[in-house]
Design a protein around this ligand. Structure first.
Ligand SMILES: Cc1cc2nc3c(=O)[nH]c(=O)nc-3n(C[C@H](O)[C@H](O)[C@H](O)COP(=O)(O)OP(=O)(O)OC[C@H]3O[C@@H](n4cnc5c(N)ncnc54)[C@H](O)[C@@H]3O)c2cc1C
Length: 497
């Protein structure tokens, strides 16, 4: 292996890149590194290894029917799910959804998304670098001999001074249970954030004599025919699951801390925050405004639709690395720009921001990561290099304690982006040296469609038919806008329904 920074065509450096996970983030990252290999004057070549625990790509979008062997379901995708973002923005920039686009609804099924990801992987020849059935068990930062604090401080914007990372994994298909180890120049963590259910502590939960589930275990509304169900949490999954179950259940209570008054919408009843369960099994709800109380005693099943924790089980005390991801906090630190490990930028964490449009964000995060390597070898002069170590640490510290960009952010909102995601995308594109008029049109069009889609979705009442999912969009990037090819909601509004 030879390291070089000159412009000799035959003097290419080889960098080994490890990617943990072959979901939407891992695929976009593999593509970004492999794409850089094709650049005409590339003076660095990347050898990409994707380690994927499952036998297939796609992560959460690979739906498996729950097994009949009584094991609790451990993957969040459920059988009837349709996306809550339109496919016109739920796409990689270089790979729009093809086919008979205008004729089908913009909100597609999980099987459609999985097929889209398979097509993406095939189109860009990604499967050759994916090792299926390989679960990463240990990650370790390998200190290079010359890698000490003062050295790093001086040249920390130089990827050559960043430490290598070693990974250990087991091959799940291997009957001998053999483990493997390899050292990489950079590791991108794309392990997803929908595997470890998070549920709020609910005082008196042990008094409840019915069934208690987390949304990760939910699959089929028919399991709830005639039941009375309480969904705790009314964000994306709570809203969808309560709507599905509402079609067959006797009654569904949908409880959320943002709700101030009990209100019925057919058999779906919106409730304030679930406060406690008393010794008789009665469930109490309270609002945050005036501590008004409501109580119900007819619930059969509680489903916690309360999200997931970040988790990196392959990082531990022996990893030679400072990383904090406390359960319940929904905060990972220390990260520079929610992506690079502030101390060791050869280690990156993709997909940490939430309330975003994930696929385009993954693509831009990957481009920003790759640019730090290609620019070192003279490929992209407009790349913005990461600042030195102390600046990165200070910025990571500020971000971790800011409560996120929400005006009254809490710790759990540290990685919430929402309407701030567009500036984050612009920043990533600028770092990557690819921010231009066309990129601005792309980001602004994503924003326009996202805003319209959110407005339609949020105007739905609990339990109401999800007519927003019938809308069809067409992108108009040149105008930073979209055309509405069809909208049931617009028709309903026009008809005064
Ligand atoms: C129910 C549900 C609905 C959603 N709806 C939408 C939607 O409508 N629109 C949208 O854009 N997004 C939606 N999302 C968000 C979705 O998670 C993202 O779109 C995106 O697919 C996340 O990709 P990822 O690669 O980060 O994670 P994942 O898809 O979770 O992929 C992570 C991969 O890493 C692998 N892995 C994990 N640990 C290891 C290890 N130790 N070793 C090796 N491999 C490992 C896993 O097997 C998995 O394949 C939804 C998510 C859920 C759960």
């Amino acid at each position: 292996m030879q390291f070089a920074g000159n412009n000799q065509e035959d003097d290419k450096s080889i960098k080994r890149i490890g990617i943990i996970g072959g979901g939407a983030a891992g695929l976009a990252t593999a593509r970004a590194f492999l794409h850089a290999n094709d650049a005409k004057h590339a003076h660095v070549q990347f050898e990409v290894t994707v380690l994927e625990a499952r036998p297939s790509i796609g992560g959460v979008w690979k739906y498996d029917s729950p097994s009949t062997n009584q094991q609790p379901k451990s993957r969040p995708m459920y059988r009837n799910l349709r996306t809550n973002l339109p496919k016109e923005i739920m796409a990689y920039r270089e790979f729009p959804w093809g086919g008979n686009d205008d004729m089908t609804s913009s909100y597609v099924t999980h099987a459609d998304v999985h097929r889209y990801l398979e097509n993406y992987a095939n189109k860009f020849n990604l499967l050759t670098c994916i090792h299926f059935g390989c679960t990463v068990t240990h990650l370790k930062v390998v200190n290079k001999e010359n890698h000490n604090a003062s050295n790093e401080e001086k040249k920390s914007d130089d990827c050559e001074s960043w430490p290598q990372i070693s990974l250990e994994w087991i091959d799940n298909d291997n009957t001998t249970n053999r483990s493997y180890q390899q050292t990489f120049d950079a590791v991108c963590i794309c392990n997803g954030h929908y595997a470890i259910p998070s549920s709020p502590a609910l005082p008196g939960l042990t008094n409840f004599r019915g069934k208690v589930l987390h949304a990760i275990e939910y699959d089929d509304p028919n399991d709830f025919v005639g039941k009375t169900v309480l969904c705790v949490g009314a964000r994306a999954s709570g809203a969808d699951i309560s709507r599905e179950i509402g079609g067959v259940a006797h009654r569904v209570y949908l409880s959320d801390s943002t709700c101030e008054e009990m209100q019925s919408f057919g058999n779906v009843v919106q409730m304030p925050r679930t406060k406690s369960i008393d010794e008789n099994g009665t469930i109490h709800f309270a609002n945050g405004k005036d501590d008004k109380l409501w109580s119900v005693d007819d619930v059969d099943t509680i489903i916690f639709c309360s999200g997931y924790d970040y988790s990196f089980p392959f990082i531990n005390d022996e990893s030679n690395l400072e990383l904090m991801a406390t359960p319940g906090e929904r905060r990972v630190r220390p990260l520079y720009e929610q992506l690079w490990h502030a101390h060791h930028p050869s280690l990156t964490f993709l997909g940490i921001p939430h309330s975003v449009v994930p696929f385009p964000l993954f693509e831009l995060q990957a481009a920003a990561i790759v640019s730090q390597w290609t620019s070192k070898f003279g490929d992209r002069s407009s790349t913005v290099h990461l600042p030195p170590l102390l600046e990165r640490i200070a910025a990571a510290d500020r971000d971790a304690n800011s409560g996120g960009p929400k005006s009254k952010g809490r710790v759990v909102d540290t990685h919430y982006l929402g309407s701030h995601q567009w500036d984050y995308c612009r920043k990533l594109a600028t770092i990557a040296g690819i921010y231009d008029d066309a990129m601005e049109n792309y980001i602004a069009t994503n924003q326009a469609i996202y805003d319209r889609s959110s407005m339609e979705r949020k105007s739905m009442q609990p339990g109401e038919r999800d007519s927003y999912r019938e809308t069809r969009f067409r992108r108009l990037d040149g105008e930073q806008s979209y055309e509405l090819l069809y909208s049931e909601m617009q028709k309903e509004t026009a008809a005064g329904i």
